[in-house]
Design a binder for this molecule. Structure first.
Ligand code: PLP
Length: 395
């Protein structure tokens, strides 16, 4: 007997649940591509993306997924043969670096752990050894969606500054923008990128890049530039140039609604909501872990991401994820990369509220009970206690 029928819940770290308001905003006829509606839509989105990235720099919007955003950011500031340093903390910075290698960069990976954040001291030490300043850029993710690690971007910036190193700091915010604080200008991030389908609650297909003045100067020297991604072309006032062709109108109408929702709630409140829901997930997980079959992938509590929790399983994680999907209608994240077959992920990212997260946690706890997997009981009760403590009426 299954109790899966009802509204299906996505608890995967992207694509995330799309708000009805976003879906409805997309249900409309196509517009003439240089109409005032589309010109205004482009202008307001590029301006509001600055507010989301917290930058006075330039923002760019591409018809692409996150990988496209990676390529867009690399081509615009690098030249073939440039040395770059990739900070490992799971899968995603490595993937970005692999792309850079494919494009002709000389890529070095600063070794890291799948279970811990980037160590700023190790970065500072490496940069100090680069006496000739050959490293042109440092690539890192804010949240690694595979490992569930959150990196301390201001500490990474400080390590670069303490080494008096001129490298560009490039940050992937795909799994963190709209889920936790990101302060591009205040933190001294030179290039930031993200995509539509995670914290920004919009269907996959849009990538965003933000660049500060230092990055725009590097762009002048870059020789990896290609026409589709090129910032100079896209800074042209002509709409056709801004989008390098037909704008992805419907995704943009969806994004407009999503950003309106974020601003109506208030970015700080959005971050706080994610922090509370992550805390609830961790409260449940800390109970379950007492059974010694489930273990946090990220060892240090302060390095656990506010948008996704990665849980190691002794045994086959599919026993839990299959049960949650087939019996409860909850789709949990499977593990990827080095953790394939060894872990699962609970996303608490984007358009999520208390009942949605409690529903995901409830499905996991049902699976643990039904499948006789040793675990500490009362995980969902602990999550409820955490939420009832942190959430308030009228706030
Ligand atoms: C999802 C994700 C990506 C890749 O995005 P795609 O749209 O799948 O190309 C990149 N970086 C991080 C941190 C992600 O979570």
């Amino acid at each position: 007997m299954s109790v899966a029928n009802g509204r299906a819940l996505l608890a995967i770290p992207g694509p995330t649940n799309i708000p009805d308001r976003v879906l409805q905003a997309m249900m409309r006829p196509a517009e003439e591509l240089a109409s005032k509606t589309v010109v205004d839509l482009t202008e307001t989105l590029l301006a509001d993306l600055k507010a989301v990235f917290r930058t006075k720099g330039e923002t760019f919007l591409y018809a692409a997924n996150g990988h496209g955003g990676w390529e867009a950011s690399l081509t615009n500031v690098l030249s073939r043969g440039d040395k770059i340093l990739v900070l490992a903390s799971g899968r995603f910075a490595i993937g970005w670096g692999e792309m850079a290698r494919f494009m002709g960069a000389d890529v070095e990976v600063l070794a890291g752990s799948w279970r811990a954040a980037v160590d700023p001291a190790a970065l500072e030490e490496r940069l100090r050894r680069d006496e000739r300043h050959e490293i042109r850029a440092v690539l890192t993710v804010q949240i690694d969606t595979a490992s569930g690690v959150v990196n301390d971007i201001p500490a990474i910036r400080k390590a670069i500054d303490d080494a008096s190193h001129p490298a560009l700091l490039m940050v992937d915010g795909v799994a963190s923008l709209g889920c936790m604080p990101f302060e591009m200008d205040a933190w001294g991030v030179d290039v930031a990128m993200s995509a539509s389908q995670k914290g920004l609650m919009t269907p996959p297909g849009l990538a965003f890049v933000a660049a500060n003045e230092k990055a725009l100067n590097a762009h002048q020297q870059a020789t990896m530039r290609t026409s589709y991604w090129d910032w100079t072309s896209r800074m042209n006032p002509l709409l056709y140039m801004k989008h390098c062709g037909t704008p992805p109108e419907h995704l943009m109408f969806g994004l407009r609604a999503a950003i309106d929702m974020l601003f109506e709630e208030g970015l700080e409140a959005v971050w706080q909501r994610h922090s509370l829901l992550a805390g609830a997930t961790q409260a449940a997980m800390s109970k379950w872990a007492e059974g010694q079959v489930l273990t946090y992938n990220v060892v240090e509590p302060s390095q656990r991401a506010p948008s996704v929790t990665t849980i190691l399983v002794q045994g086959d994680p599919a026993v839990i994820t299959d049960y949650a999907r087939k019996v409860c209608g909850v789709t949990l994240g499977l593990a990827i990369g080095d953790l394939t077959g060894k872990a699962f992920r609970i996303a608490h990212m984007g358009h999520v509220n208390a009942p949605m997260v409690l529903g995901s946690l409830g499905a996991v706890e049902m699976a643990l009970q039904a499948q006789n997997i040793p675990h500490g009981g009362g995980g969902v009760a602990a999550a409820i206690a955490h939420l009832s403590h942190g959430a308030r009426m009228g706030a």
